[in-house]
Design a protein around this ligand. Sequence first.
Ligand code: ZN
Length: 224
Amino acid sequence: MELRKSIFSIFFFSTIAIFPIENYSQTEKANQFVIVVDPGHGGSDPGAVGINGNKEKDVVLKIAREMIRISKSSPKNEFKIYLTRYKDSLISLSDRTKLTKALKADVFISLHCNHSNDPRARGIEIYVSNRISHQSNESVLLAYQLQKELRKKLGFESRGVKFANFQVLRESVTDYPAILLELGFLSNWEEEKWLNNPENINHMASLILVAIRKSLNLDKKPKT
Ligand SMILES: [Zn+2]
């Protein structure tokens, strides 16, 4: 563990100076799963902008932060959640991957919101890398678990689990299970309004954590 920590420190201080180091310096616990949540976009890149002006970069950061808050207040204390960005800053896709690998993630979730020229388009989409690897099964399992939770508990229409060649997924395939979650359409009046409500942000964040727990089978198998 000590060796791992020193390698980790060298890697961080030499190559990823742009990240706020204080956020990553908390004590690691061997019995916790490391979850890296990647709020998409940030800084000069707002991502999708909703019909009422809500920006994707802000919505996904709120959900990611809420996941940390919920997890920290949980007596189970099973997850150590890190974000690829903690504020409104733009991080390159390759740095998001470098960070996730350095943290030795057990699960990686990239959060995004959708947009369409058709204001009626709605629902969640979940992407898994189209490259087959030894992580594929776990990624697909998590994707279906998320789809099930969000559809059942939030009533979100599901547009399905899809396979794609997104960079943050492609670069993950040898290291950790990874999915990219499109949380709803900011171009849809109803879904944008829904995603702008703090109670719904809380609900969405907690259901994502429930889906991760289920996909890791934590009720039956705590990390050893
Ligand atoms: Zn996006």
